[in-house]
Ligand binder design. Structure first.
Ligand SMILES: CC(=O)N[C@H]1[C@@H](OP(=O)(O)OP(=O)(O)OC[C@H]2O[C@@H](n3ccc(=O)[nH]c3=O)[C@H](O)[C@@H]2O)O[C@H](CO)[C@@H](O)[C@@H]1O
Ligand SMILES: C=C(OP(=O)(O)O)C(=O)O
Length: 428
């Protein structure tokens, strides 16, 4: 199994191209199930999760073609053509859903197009139990019948779906996405109350609209979808990855470096920028993206609480915690989205961090230095937080279980190395 070795002490300097967003790309790929014409997606990141979703769609009958594409930032976003002329199969197997929870995003499109979907229940994962009850409730509101059989959700709508009003009791990105996709082909109008407002939702609405869907209010907590009889093919470029942007902004800050994040958009991480500025990070929009460096003086302990967009994203909580481990003073970091998203704490502690967890909050007291250690993490963002800590730690940090990083960070070691980091991937 591959490992990453990182030796701390080099400030990051230069530029880092930001890739297309994994969390936008995955629902966009499943959109292709809604039409028999070709959906062309540009700026797709090269990630394990994208390969997994392509594998799932291929099983269902989607034909997939992949091409390279050059971007001004010098990185290669890819172009994927997805054509779901016929749905061959309506079952998403446990093996794939277990590996990648976003597989559940085929539920809405399959039901809307084929009138049937069988999706394995995902089960829990490292960051929490992550049920899919809201996805199922939403499909039921559109008239689907849901049964649980041998670990699978069997959803049927033999006479098609009918629009309805769905009020979510809590904000769910995935359930909002599944519902938007299903409602696009339902009879009549669907109203989503307490919808997720994430930029990935706006990107999904843009793509669906360019395919002929009628959607109002994406990006607000109330979305209206007027169902249409059919959707047609389209070309859509995936929005830039706000989580990758935030990760490299924090990686730059932790090393006291100076990096321009090419293609980054400040508006996608507004709250993160406010928190980082409070902590002593200077962020400046440029005509190519966002420039990051330290303002005057050392990093300052700053509190953060994770919330649905436009709040501070849970997917940047681990990285922000790594940043706070070497700041001056204390920071209270509160996780409100997932019940078990502090697995990086004991690993950061092995590197010398001073962190105490009280329920959903972690008190981080800044230390003058971290020291390298062998570490491992059980999820994507926890893994990258350990790489960040390794960038400032004295000596070598060896990160195990690198496959988590491959799910969400395209060419991580190359991007950091190009900015002067002493980092390498050890193939094993
Ligand atoms: C592929 C993708 O886009 N993943 C993102 C998406 O995950 P995902 O779409 O799975 O996250 P949700 O927004 O649905 O989850 C938010 C909260 O709602 C709960 N919940 C969700 C659905 C449901 O049916 N019942 C229920 O109780 C979850 O357990 C969690 O506590 O949004 C999360 C929150 O921003 C991010 O951390 C993930 O990176
Ligand atoms: C939790 C994440 O992804 P997923 O929802 O695919 O597990 C993430 O991107 O941090």
């Amino acid at each position: 199994m591959d490992k990453i070795r990182v030796r701390g002490g080099k400030p990051l300097k230069g530029e880092i191209p930001i890739s297309g967003a994994k969390n936008a790309a995955l629902p966009l790929m499943s959109v292709s199930l809604l039409t028999d014409e070709t959906l062309t997606l540009g700026n797709l990141p090269h990630l394990a999760d994208i390969t997994t979703m392509a594998g799932l769609l291929a099983q269902l009958g989607t034909e997939i073609a992949l091409n390279g594409q050059s971007h001004p930032g010098g990185h290669t976003g890819r172009i994927m053509e997805l054509t779901s002329r016929n749905i061959r199969q309506t079952r998403a197997d446990y093996d794939l859903v277990r590996k990648m929870r976003a597989s559940v995003l085929v539920l809405g499109p399959l039901l809307a197009r084929a009138g049937r979907a069988e999706v394995s229940l995902p089960g829990g994962c490292a960051i929490g139990t992550r049920p899919i009850d809201l996805h199922l409730m939403a499909m039921q509101k559109l008239g689907a019948e849901i049964e649980l059989k041998e670990g699978y959700v069997v959803a049927t709508a033999p006479r098609g779906l009918t629009g309805g009003s769905v009020a979510f009791p809590m904000v769910s990105v995935g359930a909002t996405e599944n519902l938007m996709m299903a409602a696009s082909l339902a009879r009549g109008t669907t109203e989503i109350v307490n919808a997720a407002r994430e930029p990935e939702i706006v990107d999904l609405a843009k793509c669906l609209t360019s395919m002929g869907a009628k959607i109002e209010g994406a990006g607000t907590d109330k979305i209206l979808i007027h169902g249409v009889d059919r959707l047609h093919g389209a070309r859509h470029d995936v929005v830039v990855d706000r989580i990758e942007t935030g990760t490299y902004a924090m990686a730059t800050a932790i090393t006291g470096g100076s990096v321009e994040l090419i293609g980054a958009e400040r508006e996608l991480i507004g709250t993160v920028c406010t928190v980082l500025e409070r902590a002593g990070v200077a962020l400046k929009s440029t005509n190519r993206g966002l420039h990051v460096s330290l303002a005057n003086g050392p990093l300052q302990g700053t509190d953060a609480i994770t919330e649905p967009f436009p709040g501070f994203p849970t997917d940047l909580q681990a990285q922000f915690m790594a940043l706070m481990t070497v700041s001056q003073g204390a920071a209270m970091i509160t996780e409100t989205i997932f019940e078990n998203r502090f697995m990086h704490v004991p690993e950061l502690a092995r590197m010398g961090a001073n962190i105490t967890v009280h329920g959903a909050s972690a008190m981080v007291r800044g230390v003058p230095r971290l020291t390298g250690a062998p570490v491992m993490a059980t999820d994507l963002r926890a893994s990258v937080s350990l790489v960040m800590a390794g960038l400032v730690a004295e000596g070598d940090t060896i990160l195990n279980r690198v496959y988590h990083l491959d799910r969400g960070y395209e060419r991580l070691t190359e991007k950091l190395e190009a900015c002067g980091a002493d980092i390498e991937r050890i193939h094993g």
